[in-house]
Design a protein around this ligand. Structure first.
Ligand SMILES: Nc1ncnc2c1ncn2[C@@H]1O[C@H](COP(=O)(O)OP(=O)(O)OP(=O)(O)O)[C@@H](O)[C@H]1O
Length: 300
């Protein structure tokens, strides 16, 4: 379990995160949404040890990691899929994977999933076809899969993903969400930074909203589906128009300027249910968890 408590962090003495509390249980996906500049990446970096918090607790399975350097945090079981993927342009896929596999955390074999190179290639078969390609020869989707594979090979118990669908074609972003669901099913605690609420609710068990560095909302995805207005109100202040599943912004849900005082949570047109979420009876059946997501199928 990942636990963040009373976390303050920022840059050069300025405070970005104010008293943030968050818990992500094993096997769960916690989505973190918020408008641009709300502090989502700052929180991810503070958890991952890339940014030293001013104060507060960051713990994994009860072990306090706040202020530890990134390599120590990684060895304690926190995997990071950073925003922008950050693959090495000149290393091949195979080299990325063998490098990641060489920095396994020391107790990795004693508990939790045991990810191997064959195991991640089974989960992400596109990478198997690209083993000799360099990072700069991969598509955005392939780079994202590589970033996920690299993180898994460090044998994380907690996986942090910072906007993994950013810049991907819709079908690839959907595949990434499918993989994330499978990873949670395999027992990981997943913290997912997601720009679009519509996508967050597809994959997360819980939704938290960060605004001006403060956690202003946290509840189950079911509760958000039932009443998205509080979350939408925070997001709409940023002028972030959330598209529906077809990718278009529903009529009446255009973004609201800061200070206008009206959230766009309920579209005009008289429907009670905001168009962001389809009626549950109209939704597609949930996709089954890919069996290949289980690392138990990994070769030793
Ligand atoms: N390295 C840095 N040095 C100084 N300030 C920073 C740095 N990184 C981020 N900030 C500032 O911290 C605040 C939060 O930024 P952060 O990147 O965490 O937001 P975010 O919610 O992830 O935004 P986005 O959705 O655009 O990625 C912003 O005001 C940003 O300008």
């Amino acid at each position: 379990m990942l636990r963040v408590s009373g976390l303050f962090a920022g840059y050069d003495g300025g405070t970005v995160l104010h008293d943030v509390d968050l818990e992500v249980a094993a096997g769960r996906v916690q989505a973190l949404v918020g408008r641009n500049g709300a502090g989502k990446s700052t929180l991810v970096h503070a958890i991952a040890g890339l940014l030293r918090p001013y104060r507060g607790v960051v713990s994994v399975d009860g072990r306090d990691l706040a202020g530890r350097p990134a390599h120590r945090v990684a060895r304690a079981g926190v995997g990071l899929v950073p925003q922008g993927r950050r693959v090495f342009p000149r290393l091949t896929v195979a080299e990325h994977l063998s490098l990641a596999a060489s920095v396994r955390r020391p107790d990795a074999t004693r508990s939790g999933p045991n990810w191997t190179v064959p195991g991640v290639l089974e989960l992400l078969p596109r990478l198997a076809e690209r083993l000799r390609h360099r990072g700069n020869q991969l598509s955005g989707g392939e780079q994202q899969m590589l970033a996920i594979a690299r993180a898994l090979l460090t044998q994380p118990r907690v996986l942090l993903l910072d906007e993994p669908g950013e810049g991907l074609a819709p079908e690839l972003a959907a595949r990434v969400r499918e993989v994330i669901t499978g990873l949670a099913t395999a027992g990981l605690s997943v913290l997912l930074v997601e720009q679009q609420l519509q996508h967050a609710v597809e994959v997360a068990d819980r939704i938290a909203v960060l605004d001006y560095g403060r956690l202003v909302f946290a509840d189950s995805t079911a509760a958000v589906r039932a009443n998205p207005a509080p979350v939408e109100a925070v997001l709409s202040v940023a002028g972030t128009a959330i598209p529906d599943r077809t990718g278009s912004v529903p009529s009446g849900q255009e973004s609201t300027p800061i200070g206008s005082g009206s959230a766009r949570s309920v579209p005009t047109g008289g429907t009670k249910r905001p168009a962001l979420f389809p009626d549950p009876s109209e939704e597609d059946a949930p996709s089954s968890t890919p069996s290949s997501a289980s690392p138990s199928s990994s070769a030793p």
